[in-house]
Design a binder for this molecule. Structure first.
Ligand SMILES: [Zn+2]
Length: 351
């Protein structure tokens, strides 16, 4: 009887030790991935407050509503806010005092678009607002009081070191989404910021995320996977956090779409349809002829992409035509792979 009691005490004390470790908030990357980088979390009901948050490192908090997110770090000096998303910033401002009594020391712009930058005006004036120099030109042109000009601007590369946090900034020289995109990296936390780059566990957003340079957008995943040692990637949309796996999955979709557009361009099926289109217009309506030729390729390619990816990622059907169309225009029409094309019978389509 006594032994049983002792065992019970032992079990209870082990439980207490375990929970106290948990209460200290030992950050567990794998647990976080299992719960918050999962498809299930996309469809979980949001708390009635309209937002939720979770840790993506010991001192990094991921705040999200239904479809947008942003991150803040708690440092020894105060709080560093990254990407002042207007929809989420009011929640972030409510949450920060519940987590720390330290002041907000820095707010960092990712790019100038309204849906990411228009929360900036909500933060205390004492916080240092940081933005890329070229991006600042777009803010100046916008003259938007909700997107104030940065206090500190930087060019090419920049490092912010504050209260034990290190954040590395880089302008890659080419953009994937806006007219001035930047990469941010927190090496201690292994968190990468590549805002509006892709959607974890989903097909690409329409026109490759309204891309200003789709050719670079296609190269970006490989560059980031090769050059940054990250566990999580923050992209600004979705309530799930992106991981290396998600970026690899996005790259796999790009590779598959490339294969598909080449296959379509070289297929007898497409060539037959091209002949028919050419005969119909007799060169009399170039705009219509071009549109119909690329739409035909896009529809043929989209159906292949949907078949290959349905169920593997979310939203495969919704933007498949537009994304294949954009890729086809860039990779087959505008910048054709000459060697591959020589193997084909004549030109596919000219602009
Ligand atoms: Zn944007």
């Amino acid at each position: 009887m006594k032994t049983k009691k002792n065992i019970l005490v032992l079990v209870i004390s082990i439980f207490i030790v375990n929970t106290s470790i948990f209460a200290q908030g030992k950050f567990d990357i794998e647990k976080t991935k299992a719960k918050y980088a999962s498809r299930d979390y996309v469809y979980e009901k949001l708390p009635k407050e309209g937002f939720n948050y979770y840790k993506i490192a010991e001192n990094a908090y991921f705040v999200h509503d239904n479809f947008e997110h942003m991150v803040f770090f708690v440092t020894d000096n105060g709080v560093v806010v990254v990407d002042p998303v207007p929809g989420v910033s009011p929640y972030t401002l409510k949450l920060i005092p519940q987590i720390t009594d330290k002041p907000i020391t820095h707010v960092i712009y990712s790019h100038h678009h309204a849906d990411h930058a228009q929360g900036a005006y909500l933060y205390p004036k004492s916080a240092i607002l940081i933005g890329n120099e070229e991006m600042t030109e777009f803010l100046k042109a916008a003259e938007d009081p909700k997107r104030p000009l940065p206090d500190v601007t930087w060019k090419d590369e920049y490092v912010l070191e504050t209260g034990g946090l290190r954040l590395e900034f880089k302008d890659l020289g080419r953009n994937w989404h806006s007219q001035k995109d930047i990469i941010m990296y927190a090496p201690q936390q292994k968190i990468l910021f590549a805002i509006d780059m892709f959607h974890p566990d989903a097909a690409p957003w329409i026109h490759w995320g309204e891309s200003s340079d789709p050719d670079f957008a296609f190269q970006l995943p490989r560059y980031l996977l090769d050059n940054y040692n990250f566990e999580f990637v923050v992209i600004g949309h979705e309530r799930i956090i992106g991981t290396r796996f998600h970026m690899e999955q996005y790259e796999a979709q790009i590779k598959d779409m490339k294969k598909i557009v080449f296959e379509v361009a070289m297929s007898p099926e497409y060539h037959k349809l091209l002949e028919e289109i050419t005969q119909r217009y007799h060169g009399s309506a170039a705009h219509y002829e071009y549109k119909e030729k690329i739409m035909t390729a896009a529809e043929l390619g989209a159906s292949k992409y949907i078949m290959n990816w349905a169920g593997k990622v979310r939203n495969v059907r919704i933007n498949a035509v537009e994304n294949i169309q954009t890729m086809f225009m860039h990779m087959i029409v505008l910048d054709p792979p000459i060697k591959e094309m020589q193997k084909m019978k004549g030109n596919v389509i000219t602009h």
